[in-house]
Design a protein around this ligand. Structure first.
Ligand code: 5GP
Length: 181
């Protein structure tokens, strides 16, 4: 079986990480890509595990040297997927999961049309607002920026291969597993 590349997107606060954590329990061989970002680590985040935290200069260099499979600016910070890490896994038949925002997902579709694009929707807009405000990891300004991005992202859901509504994490994870199996 050819190794899969699945891209998971969805607005900030929709619970992508929880769905992924649950799904990975059933997918022991799937590798979750670790992105590079110019944003500061949040408390509890670990360099090399949650993200590779890099300077603006290093990020510029990675773009110039074509080291990124895709990258995007999101709410004032830049994020990208190291190309080699993904290529290496796929070459070894290891299924790969990317958790990235919508602009990046569209770039992956362009360069790797075999990728399966999955979008996670909140059950309602109010639910997303409540989750994003309630988690307390961002400033009010950041929450507003992320809600503005969410409006555009939800609009892009129609361009994805599959949409999962996250009103139940276990069910949403189950659906994600089916796209990676
Ligand atoms: P956060 O700052 O909340 O960790 O991430 C903000 C957004 O950036 C999320 O939607 C997340 O999926 C996205 N993101 C994380 N890594 C990447 C990446 O490598 N590329 C792109 N395009 N988006 C990413």
């Amino acid at each position: 079986m050819a190794a899969h590349l699945v891209v998971l997107s969805g607005p900030s606060g929709v619970g992508k990480s929880s769905v992924i954590a649950e799904a990975l329990k059933d997918l022991p061989t799937t590798w979750l890509s670790v992105s590079v970002t110019t944003r500061d680590p949040r408390p509890g985040e670990v360099d090399g595990q949650t993200y590779f935290y890099v300077t603006q200069e290093r990020f510029d260099q990675m773009i110039a040297q074509n080291e990124l499979l895709e990258w995007a600016e999101y709410a004032g910070n830049r994020y990208g997927t190291p190309r080699d890490h993904v290529a290496e896994r796929l070459a070894n038949n290891i299924p790969v999961l990317l958790e990235i925002e919508v602009q990046g997902a569209m770039q992956v579709r362009e360069s790797m049309p075999e990728a399966v694009l999955v979008f996670v929707q909140p059950p309602t807009w109010e639910d997303l607002e409540a989750r994003l405000t309630g988690r307390g990891t961002e400033s009010d300004e950041q929450v507003l920026a992320r809600l503005r991005m969410a409006l555009q992202e939800i609009e892009a859901a129609k361009d994805f291969d599959h949409v999962i509504v996250n009103d139940d994490v276990a069910q949403a994870a189950h659906e994600l597993v089916s796209y990676l199996s």
